[in-house]
Design a protein around this ligand. Sequence first.
Ligand SMILES: Cc1cc2nc3c(=O)[nH]c(=O)nc-3n(C[C@H](O)[C@H](O)[C@H](O)COP(=O)(O)OP(=O)(O)OC[C@H]3O[C@@H](n4cnc5c(N)ncnc54)[C@H](O)[C@@H]3O)c2cc1C
Length: 504
Amino acid sequence: MAIRDVVVVGAGLSGLMAVYRLKALGIPTIWVVGGGIDRSNSVLAQGGIAAALSPEDSVDVHLKDTVIAGDGLVEEDVARGIISEGAQIVSHLVHLGVPFDKNPDGTLNMTREGAHSRRRILHIKDETGKGMMHYLFKFVSGVEKVEGRLVDLLVKDGEAYGIRVKTNGHTEDIYASAVILATGGYTGMYIHSTGNADQDGVGIALASYYGAVLRDSEFIQFHPTVFFGGGKAFLITEAVRGEGAILLDSKGERFMVDEHPMAELAPRDVVARAIHRRGGAYLDFSPIQKKGIDIEERFPHIVDVLRKEGIDPLKELVPVYPAAHYYIGGIKVDWWGQSDIKRLMVIGEAASTGLHGANRLASNSLLECVVMGYRSTFRAWWYATQEPHNERPRFDMKEYKNISPDGHLKGQMSRHGGIIRNGYGLRKVARKLLSHMENGNLPFGSQRWAQIMLSGATICSGWWRTESRGAHYREDYPEKWKEKKHSHITLKEIKQCLERIGGV
Ligand SMILES: Cc1cc2nc3c(=O)[nH]c(=O)nc-3n(C[C@H](O)[C@H](O)[C@H](O)COP(=O)(O)OP(=O)(O)OC[C@H]3O[C@@H](n4cnc5c(N)ncnc54)[C@H](O)[C@@H]3O)c2cc1C
């Protein structure tokens, strides 16, 4: 009997948008929600979603800002498509009633963030992701939801037949005519990450294991202004600097004006490196107050969290340091989110569409999530209605024991594979990764397995890229290549590559 189902894995904004659209198309959908929407990174998004909607703005200007931030690697045709379609989808969301902040006259209140030349960020106070997710979630009631973890993909001869999940200790196969993978990125390979521990990289690693290409995995964006309190990283949105906050060094001097013409609003990699080199910095909120903006009203969540940590940003400087924030590369996909595996669409932070190039422009990721969530459903609709699977092949069962990520390796990655890299450090991590691969205790589909594999992809691609561009900085190769080149790797190539680097 024909299989008409589509399975969506991941309950972040990209997965939610795909499910919303599939429901509208009337396609039977099974939604694997991991730990639920509140464990996604999407609910953590503070700053907002970028959309070229105002008359002072245009697709061309938004594209130009995206291309500049992306430092030569943005695929411009892809970016133009996402930016123009994104503005249309965001205006649809406004009409749907998503509670974006408004001015007293009822118009949309848009803010600015780093490397944006226009005010184009729609926001819901400083909890945009949560506001969007909780509002949109009610539109997908009635869709079948499965709480569980993805542990394997059912792939045969380059074609997806479904997924394997672990739910309540049982392993279950879910067959579908199309799989939409929306499991987020992977910044958990570093000690400090702004994201949720639920982003475990397993989805990306599995897709790549079965032959989907991983592109540009050396590009990891570090967010420059993260506050560390109670052992946890708490991001302080760029919108704070967009509204006027400045960065000071330990002597109380403003340093970003000497680093970049856009000062505090320079691209994130520039600000992150400037802070890293100084061993940290302080955020001064007082210029916002001087502009007459009510900080407690505009950034209530940030003020609340900092006060609970004993710092009043209205009176004191806030110490900040960069933390891993966004997985810029990912599974290479086409315009529709289709990966190199037939019937497997990958969307959101797990994917590499070409929009972000070597450095993501702030607030472009939520935009990409809504666009690719929409688009992936066109392909899924085609497979489910025009080319459904008619068979359920059997797939070998494996043990699927989980082992959590290794803390020491995260330390090595942070030290040698993070904000500033060099050949010596990359070689050191390569050797550490090889010893993990060779000790034999690396269960397939586990979080440790994904950590080793995806750290390996970042080290291999970072070794290959003997230049400095965007978020990838090699102090032994500070110049840029003349040509524009993406890195490509699949999981099966990683061990060999590490052996070459490690000199084994
Ligand atoms: C603190 C913070 C602030 C941010 N602020 C902004 C912002 O203001 N603007 C902006 O554009 N971007 C922002 N970003 C980036 C943006 O939030 C993310 O890129 C985006 O939300 C990713 O959405 P997603 O749907 O791809 O994945 P996610 O939202 O990460 O969701 C992934 C989903 O997959 C599930 N999952 C993962 N692994 C498995 C598995 N093995 N099995 C089952 N389920 C699994 C998770 O549980 C989760 O439900 C921010 C990120 C962070 C961390």
